[in-house]
Design a protein around this ligand. Sequence first.
Ligand SMILES: [Mg+2]
Length: 130
Amino acid sequence: MENELNILTKKVRKFSEERDWTKFQNPKDLAIALILEASEVLEPFRFKSEFNKDELAKELADVLNILLRLADIVGIDLVYWFDKKLEENAAKYPIKTFYGVNMKYSEVSKRGFGTILVKNSEVNKNVALH
Ligand SMILES: [Mg+2]
């Protein structure tokens, strides 16, 4: 049974092949395109207090398109790596320490049970945990 991401990857590949664009697609240029498309995700929010959901959806779809194409041409299994990164992030951000805490793991070190230390802040402060 093929997963949905593989089906989308084949659609993106077919789209490129039908236009003979694959000769222009290399990892560096697709990485650049990915970041350019990602920056366009900001566009629906620019100078607005509300945003158009369809405009946002189109920009997110553009990002997914380039992401899938880049992963495809370099042979990266995004489903495998997504799961792997989620496991790594779960190890970096244990629920017990990070529940309701929006700091990067490198800024937080456990200091005894129930407290965390905020590094590199003007004043180190202990933050009580749940
Ligand atoms: Mg776009």
